[in-house]
Design a protein around this ligand. Structure first.
Ligand code: LMR
Length: 400
């Protein structure tokens, strides 16, 4: 009965790792998926995560019962506090519904399903370009996806005028997907003044912000700075949705731990919203897993562990920044034609190099460098040892 099923293509991001794994050449580098690697090119489990896991394993009171549909209560409270800030009026007034979900993707999907059922506008505007999974998540939830201008290839920066024009022309009430910080794939973020202008425009048109916060702490090294865009919107008392992921900032990729927060106008509305989100979750995966969220709650609850986490987080962010500097200098040293200052100007995990599909294919074929076909490289996958090889490849691709 399945003989007519056509083979699907690999995922544009995760498929890069499949191709990398199949390449026997030892010089190969995987700069595709956004996953942190050490200077030795190894995945990193944070010390503070190992400590939290030990505490959990040694706690005899822990059982493996089902947890509530909305997840672990402490985890939810602490996640809202992390993104909104300890003194957020929305938290104090009890008008935030937070639900533990399966990392960022799961949080986006649950939020989208909720909106499809309970929100009057079925259209979501997403930036062009954006993370490749965004349109699929929202389409499959039944929302219709439109794009707003975001990136200007000429300046390799923000197309702020285009952004304002497109959001200004969006229908009243449309949902707008915003990257809270470290825009993926471009590494280009609005300034705080630009965020304020975006907020004013969106509120004046009743556009509903849906933040994807996948890199809190990774862009600047500071958890508070990277949450500023979200907090600006929440401070005005209006509604918004936030999808949080702990994949990158706690290195919990495969534990699939994240949260969806829906900021409402009153405590009564928030509790009704939460009751409806439960109806979305129950038929989808019933209730979330325990382990990853318990690690996060253990760390966020203890001021010592929290402080240790911020130190390790800053070390990761700093290593990425140093990779930017080293790659930029290596390109300069080779005299590669073009302006490459965007490598040090862009922020977060990725550099949107400006290399085209043919150049990327050439680098993969000749230099065994794996990256997404849009020219995005994960700076977190680079090390001092691999920078020269990447710079050689980029130079050859640009000058051939
Ligand atoms: C990425 O963009 O590489 C990450 O967000 C990982 C993923 O799931 O695509």
């Amino acid at each position: 009965v399945f003989s007519n099923v056509a083979r699907a293509p690999e995922d544009p991001i995760l498929g890069v790792t499949v191709a990398y794994n199949n390449d026997p050449n030892p010089v190969k580098i995987n700069l595709g998926v956004g996953a942190y690697r050490t200077e030795e090119g190894k995945p990193l489990v944070l010390d503070v995560v190992r400590k939290a896991e030990q505490l959990l394993v040694n706690d005899p009171s822990r059982v493996k019962e089902y947890i509530p549909i909305v997840g672990i209560a402490d985890f939810n409270k602490l996640s809202a506090k992390l993104i909104l800030g300890a003194d957020s009026p929305a938290i104090k007034e009890n008008r935030v519904a937070t639900i533990q979900c399966l990392s960022g993707t799961g949080s986006l999907r649950v939020g989208a399903e909720f909106l499809k059922k309970h929100y009057h506008q079925g259209v979501i505007y997403i930036p062009k370009p954006t993370w490749g999974n965004h349109p699929k998540v929202f389409n499959l939830a039944g929302l219709s996806v439109e794009y707003f201008r975001y990136y200007d290839p000429a300046t390799r920066g923000l197309d702020f005028k285009g952004l304002l024009e497109d959001l200004g022309a969006a229908p009243s009430g449309a949902i707008v997907l915003l990257h809270a910080c470290a825009h993926n794939p471009t590494g280009v973020d609005p300034t705080s003044e630009q965020w304020e202008q975006i907020r004013q425009l969106m509120r004046s048109k009743s556009l509903l912000p849906f933040f994807d916060s996948a890199y809190q702490g990774f862009a600047s090294g500071s958890l508070d700075t990277d949450a500023q865009s979200v907090r600006t919107f929440v401070a005005d008392g209006g509604e918004c949705l936030i999808a949080q992921s702990y994949a990158k900032n706690m290195g919990l990729y495969g534990e699939r731990v994240g949260a969806l927060s829906i900021v409402c106008k009153s405590a009564d509305v928030a509790s009704k919203v939460e009751s409806q989100v439960k109806l979305v979750v129950r038929p989808m995966y019933s209730s979330p897993p325990i382990h990853g969220a318990s690690i996060v709650a253990t760390i966020l609850k203890s001021s010592d562990m929290y402080n240790n986490w911020t130190i390790e987080l800053k070390e990761m962010a700093d290593r990425i920044k140093s990779m930017r500097q080293q790659l930029f200098e290596a390109i300069q040293a080779r005299g590669t034609p073009g302006d490459w200052t965007h490598i040090i100007k862009q922020i977060g995990m990725f550099t949107f190099t400006g290399l085209n599909k043919e150049q990327v294919e050439f680098m993969t074929k000749e230099f065994h460098i794996y990256m997404t076909s849009d020219g995005r490289i994960s700076m977190a996958g680079l090390s001092s040892k691999t920078v020269p090889h990447l710079a050689d490849a980029m130079h050859a691709a640009v000058t051939r």
